[in-house]
Design a protein around this ligand. Structure first.
Ligand SMILES: [Zn+2]
Length: 199
């Protein structure tokens, strides 16, 4: 894309407001963990010279369509959606594009906005996975029909932030959040040239 981008990356803290996400413990709602981690991720990206927009920087509701349209309107090179779980190790998701997108109705175009960018998304997820493995953090990459990935018109990955070894307190440890966020940011830097070229 010619010209200057205002934001290279968009980071989206999933859930928010009265949509709490998973109950990670009695006290801990997923929406709060995703916001704390998303703020760390923005910081770590910006430390590496990557301008970043945080889509939700407070405890508010956003629909999937709002998240996708706000992202598409700023034309970032990469969209990163953050979830959290009590699992063990990280998961990176890329879109699973619905089959049969032959008609060109407005809804199908919306549902397959991700299709031209899927290989860039997969390559970015692979870069992030390499960095995580270099830090000996277990990671799995997979395709999933996870909204709003299909509606994003740029490279897009969702990451599920989770403790390294099933230790729940990792989820709210700022040291652990910073380690993971810094490692993910390093993976985005590795993919940067390709993302800048829109491939
Ligand atoms: Zn979630």
């Amino acid at each position: 894309m010619p010209g200057q981008r205002k934001y290279f990356a968009v980071v989206d803290a999933s859930h928010g407001g009265d949509e709490r996400g998973a109950a990670l413990s009695d006290q801990l709602a997923e929406k709060d963990v995703t916001l704390a981690f998303a703020r760390q991720l923005k910081q770590q990206l910006e430390n590496r010279g990557i301008s970043t927009l945080l889509l939700r920087d407070g405890d508010i509701n956003l629909t999937f369509d709002q998240r996708a349209s706000q992202t598409n309107s700023v034309h970032p090179a990469i969209y990163l959606c953050v979830h959290a779980s009590q699992g063990s190790g990280l998961r990176l998701y890329t879109a699973l594009i619905p089959a049969g997108g032959e008609s060109h109705g407005p809804f199908l175009a919306w549902d397959t906005a991700q299709a031209p960018f899927l290989s860039a998304s997969q390559a970015t997820a692979a870069s992030v996975a390499v960095e995580l493995r270099n830090q000996e953090i277990s990671v799995r990459t997979m395709a999933a029909p996870l909204r709003p990935l299909n509606n994003i018109g740029t490279a897009a990955i969702a990451l599920e932030f989770a403790p390294a070894g099933g230790k729940l307190s990792d989820l709210y440890s700022s040291d652990y959040q910073q380690l993971i966020a810094g490692t993910v940011a390093a993976g985005i830097v590795d993919a940067r040239a390709r993302l800048e070229a829109g491939q």
